[in-house]
Design a protein around this ligand. Structure first.
Ligand code: PMP
Length: 403
């Protein structure tokens, strides 16, 4: 059968995730040190797991309200207020979702009409462009640059705004660069959103993971922003809960209501045991993740120092758990570097191009990995870089020798 002709054009034309594609190469290999998939190396803190186990023992295996457990929405409201100084009504403005992934998908589907433009920054998380396309929107990319520490500039956003611009998507700290937004620039971006009447989706999934004593400021905190912002957050990263598939969206009631309609038909509700676990996570708050955050900061210091020492220029990211070293000095493309490193040294990193064309010349390393493994991976990468550089020199030598 000609299955191609049976598929939705929208889906057929989507690329597969560059991260997953790359990691098919790694699956089943026990010899590989992976700095690849972006997830914490530690399991979910025990009290959170225990709460879920106890709920199963009590027989809590039913659906919940489409919106999510009310107790969890109340806890989310308090937690979000604590983080962002913005209060959302648990009854009308909060929706519990299956991760930030689902929250993003239903947010796009709730607001976009075919042809509406969505502005976002690249390099960025792999799902933004496909999620926009699946909602019949048009992705509009603003490249961020290392010289600006991968922050998005208001002047660059303004250049791409058209009458069709509907949504601006922000993610700071950013996957894959670890970039953060200076508050003065964020303020300019907020003013732009108000001026051009844009909705803003802010993906706050890494907001707890900040280093060097930084504190987080979200765009929702600026004047005129609460009414036009959909705030997306979840439990995967800070609470080390990737496998529980739990997140949430906070938004003004009409937007939350539209998202809820999509959610109730495609998902019904997030799993009850995950919601119970999430409630426990929020009860613990920062005490559940502060040790992990401190250890990520130490690992960031280690990996940034090692990369720079081997001549791979690496900007010191202020948040998340990724570094994005510049590998152009090796003369290899991102893909050649990642494949070569995997083949010759069994170390897995992700080519920067998996996060958009602006990622060419960079690779992403996730440092939520044990420090001894990071050190070993860095030893191997240093060998690889030295070998590549030596090859580059010898390939030039014959000409010199003849001279
Ligand atoms: N947004 C960003 C920026 C991410 O990095 C990720 C996961 N890597 C997600 C969203 C999806 O997170 P979740 O597990 O909550 O679906």
């Amino acid at each position: 059968m000609d299955y191609d002709s049976k598929l939705s054009r929208q889906v057929r034309d989507l690329p597969r995730s560059g991260i997953r594609d790359f990691f098919e190469l790694v699956i089943g290999r026990t010899d590989v040190i992976s700095l690849g998939v972006g997830e914490p190396d530690k399991p979910t803190p025990w009290p959170i797991r225990d709460a879920a186990i106890k709920s199963l023992e009590r027989g809590q295996t039913s659906y919940t309200s489409n919106l999510g457990l009310e107790s969890l929405r109340i806890a989310i409201s308090d937690y979000v207020d604590q983080l962002f100084h913005v209060r959302y009504d648990p009854k009308t403005e909060i929706l519990v979702t299956v991760g930030v992934s689902e929250a993003l998908d239903i947010a796009f589907r709730a607001v976009l009409n075919p042809g509406d433009e969505v502005i976002y920054h690249e390099p960025c998380y792999v799902s933004y462009s496909p999620s926009i396309k699946m909602a019949y929107g048009v992705p509009v990319i603003v490249n961020t640059r290392e010289e600006n520490e991968f922050a998005i500039l208001a002047e660059d956003i303004e250049k791409v705004i058209t009458p069709k611009s509907r949504v601006l998507v922000l993610n700071f700290p950013t996957n894959p660069t670890g970039g953060i937004m200076p508050p003065e620039e964020l303020e300019k971006v907020a003013a732009l959103a108000v001026k051009h009447d844009l909705l803003v989706f802010t993906d706050e999934i890494y907001c707890e993971l900040l280093y060097d004593g930084r504190t987080h400021k979200s765009i929702v905190e600026f004047p005129g922003m609460r009414e036009r912002t959909v705030l997306l957050h979840g439990f995967s990263k800070a609470f080390a809960m990737t496998g529980w598939r739990l997140g949430y969206a906070c938004a003004p009631a009409p937007l939350r209501e539209a998202m809820m309609k999509v959610h109730q038909y495609c998902m019904l509700c997030a799993p009850i045991m995950s919601q119970v676990a999430g409630l426990e996570a929020l009860k613990l708050g920062a005490s559940a993740y502060e040790d992990m955050r401190v250890s990520y900061e130490e690992r960031r210091n280690l990996i940034v120092a090692r990369l720079n020492a081997m001549g791979l220029h690496c900007f010191n990211p202020g948040g998340a758990f990724y570094v994005f070293p510049d590998i152009r000095s090796t003369g290899l493309t991102s893909k050649e570097f990642a494949l070569g490193l995997l083949e010759s040294k069994s170390v897995a990193v992700v080519p920067g191009t998996a996060f958009g064309t602006a990622g060419e010349g960079f690779v992403r390393c996730c440092y939520a990995t044990a420090p001894d493994l990071i050190a070993k991976a860095m030893d191997l990468m240093e060998e690889f870089v030295a070998e590549v550089r030596a090859r580059k020199t010898t390939s030039k030598t014959p000409a010199l020798a003849n001279a």
